[in-house]
Design a binder for this molecule. Structure first.
Ligand code: GAR
Length: 223
């Protein structure tokens, strides 16, 4: 049945499996490692065909190379954002990636880039969106005094951390927490949530209705 207002229905599977992933990162790369481990173990029916970093000092870049993966540096120099993104996009397309996974990629992608990979860019964010978008979300949440924090995996749209939510998991804030301890527990959740949600997405059979991403296929994580 096709519901009124459904704007997208993912086929089953979303992409031929194993799906081809490009991972974009700017830093330590622990979420990249979680995705790569899940690919290796078979928990995630995918393979990483490209790792891209915008920072030469990103530990994630070295971690990708150590695993024998194609890993490239695409810094933004004095050029425009459009010119930088054109290089990123060309790499991704040359690698034949189906899905672009942001894993601590600390640049806001332009609407033009997002449109070029429409509904194929996935992000992990260290808060329960729509609370605390943007930078240092765990610190924002802790300073705000929340009792429940968490992590979100979502499709990327033209806004900042505003796209349809595919997976979320809560993390309780304890009385003895500080921002760093909380961030470390959120990160543990991210490492589990990101591969699991991506696996559900790759299974396909989900739809987007307005803002709502609804799982109903074989990879369903919804009741
Ligand atoms: C992760 O906590 C990720 O959620 C966050 O950066 C960290 C990267 O860690 N991303 C954002 O805040 C994006 N808005 P990692 O490099 O070890 O994966």
């Amino acid at each position: 049945m096709t519901a009124v207002g459904v704007s997208f229905e993912a086929p089953v599977p979303w992409f031929p499996l194993p799906a081809r992933l490009a991972v974009l990162l700017s830093g330590r790369g622990s979420n990249f490692v979680a995705l790569a481990d899940a690919c290796e173990s078979g928990a995630l029916p995918a393979r990483i065909v490209l790792v891209l970093s915008d920072r030469a000092d990103a530990a994630g870049l070295a971690r990708a190379r150590a695993r024998g993966l194609e890993a490239a540096l695409e810094e933004r120099g004095g050029e425009t954002r459009a010119a930088h993104e054109a290089r990123l996009a060309a790499r991704i397309e040359t690698a034949g990636a189906d899905v672009v996974c942001l894993a601590g990629f600390m640049r806001v992608l332009s609407p033009a880039f997002v449109a070029r990979f429409e509904r194929r860019v996935v992000n992990v964010h260290p808060s329960l969106l729509p609370a605390f978008p943007g930078l240092e979300a765990q610190h924002q949440a802790f300073e705000h005094g929340v009792k429940v924090a968490g992590a979100t995996v979502h499709l990327v749209d033209a806004g900042t951390d505003t796209g349809p939510i595919a997976g979320q998991e809560a993390v309780a804030v304890g009385p003895g927490d500080d921002a760093e301890r909380l961030a470390a527990r959120i990160l543990e959740v991210e490492h589990r949530l990101y591969p699991a949600t991506l696996a559900a997405l790759l299974a396909g059979g989900w739809s987007i209705e307005g803002r709502r991403l609804r799982f109903s296929g074989p990879g369903s994580v919804e009741a």
